[in-house]
Design a protein around this ligand. Structure first.
Ligand SMILES: Cc1ncc(COP(=O)(O)O)c(C=O)c1O
Ligand SMILES: [Zn+2]
Length: 416
């Protein structure tokens, strides 16, 4: 098989046809940062120049799911049918717009399924599960679990509903009632999790971990919990590379808002693959953008001093939960920890980029410029771009989420 899942921390490789290549078996046993990443032996640049509008069809040969499907004897046509059937129920994922606005190159995800780029991560993961259950039929009946109260949960509920799978969503105690109502309309089982005095870390995340330990499948947008979520997110970066190539354009800088880090990790991996295939002439400088509560900035400052290899070998000295509950209008990037920090910092360092923090005023101003359709989280990367003087260099940003939750694209589950 020419696709493998390899741990970026210790080099462990999942056996071919492993139906659960989600997490390194050594994770949690030592202080190494263990995260599985998909590695392709070979690939063709042809998909970048095709006209297919569904990214999961267009870039299917880049996915671990497609390679595994081939290895177990599924035909390409059968895989295509699987993608089309899931997509028909999920509401239709299509290549999103990429255009110049106000002097910036903007990749606009606000019209994506469930109103954000998160559906990409979870579409990729659901396609994996549909293939993997042919290897291990018990996967078809396992519950799915996610910790989130925002776009990731909405995307997870949309995809779980589309595939008729049971989903448990762990949300913080202060989660918005309208989001909870929406999740329940989509058939998700929602559990509120309160912060406990003296216990650091996101309580919803801790409950999610317990559920996974009991056998639930991590249907999440965090690469450390499930390395396969990154790949679906890579469709965004592959599209970006293809859209730049079609315009004969290149980016000098790309600003990416970072919460858990999966978006930035996926975008960096996708652009690196596009560059390796000769589609992208050079990598843009990657700038990771967080609010003033920034575990990634804290890790970055330490990494500049000690080096990334030292950091990956001693995770707890570089990344730990932010001590106080953070507040910001950019609610989607307030994760206590940057779970995919190592992959993001590697990309920042190798491209000569940076980690930037932005104030609430800067977030508000960026959101005003981005317009009513974009959420404050969705325009947080623009806040980073505005705070840095890039002169006449070409700058890209990602408008990752819509301000109002997109209309339901699937038929709600009726209570029975
Ligand atoms: C709209 C939007 N943009 C960006 C992010 C950040 O993505 P990540 O958590 O993968 O860093 C989120 C996460 O919730 C989001 O909802
Ligand atoms: Zn490992």
């Amino acid at each position: 098989m020419s696709s493998r899942m390899i741990c970026a921390g210790c080099g462990w490789t999942a056996p071919p046809l492993d139906p659960r290549p989600f997490r390194c078996p050594h994770a949690g046993r030592d202080d190494v940062d263990h995260v599985l990443a998909r590695r392709l032996e070979s690939a063709s640049p042809v998909p970048f120049f095709e006209t297919e509008t569904n990214p999961f069809l267009r870039y299917r040969t880049f996915t671990h799911a497609w390679h595994t499907a081939q290895a177990i004897g599924m035909s390409d046509g059968e895989f295509v049918d699987l993608v089309r059937a899931l997509d028909a129920h999920a509401g239709g994922i299509v290549v999103t717009p990429f255009e110049q606005r106000d002097g910036f190159w903007v990749k606009d995800e606000t019209g994506n399924v469930a109103g954000s780029h998160k559906s990409r991560h979870l579409m990729g993961l659901m396609l994996w599960l549909l293939v993997a259950e042919r290897i291990d039929p018990s996967l078809a009946h396992a519950r799915l679990a996610i910790a989130s109260c925002g776009n990731a949960a909405l995307a997870a509920a949309t995809l779980a509903h589309a595939a008729k799978r049971e989903l448990d969503v762990y949300v913080p105690g202060d989660a918005s009632p309208s989001v909870i109502a929406r999740l329940e309309t989509l058939g998700a089982n929602v559990t509120r999790c309160m912060r406990e005095p003296g216990v650091a870390g996101d309580p919803a995340y801790l409950r999610f971990r317990e559920a996974v330990a009991r056998g639930a499948l991590p249907f999440t947008c965090q690469g450390n919990e499930n390395g396969l979520v990154i790949e679906g997110g890579q469709t965004l970066g592959w599209e970006l590379a293809s859209q730049l190539a079609a315009r004969g354009a290149a980016l000098d800088h790309l600003f990416i808002q970072v919460g858990g880090g999966a978006l930035a990790s996926a975008t960096i991996a996708a652009l690196e693959e596009a560059q390796a295939l000769g589609v992208l002439p050079r990598m843009p400088r990657i700038h990771a953008v967080q609010t003033l509560a920034s575990p990634l900035r804290r890790a970055y400052d330490r990494v500049l001093e000690h080096g990334i290899d030292e950091a990956i070998a001693h995770r707890s000295r570089f990344m730990w939960p932010w001590e106080t509950a953070p507040h910001s209008i950019a609610t989607g990037i307030l994760d206590d920890e940057t779970y995919d920090w190592a992959a993001v910092l590697r990309g920042v360092l190798s491209t000569g980029g940076s980690v930037i923090t932005v104030s609430e005023d800067e977030l508000r101003e960026a959101n005003r410029i981005a317009g009513d359709d974009v959420s404050a989280t969705g325009s947080a990367g623009l806040a980073g771009a505005l705070s840095m003087r890039c002169g006449d260099e070409s700058v890209g940003v990602l408008f990752t989420g819509a301000s109002v939750t997109a209309p339901l694209s699937v038929t709600p589950t009726t209570a029975s």
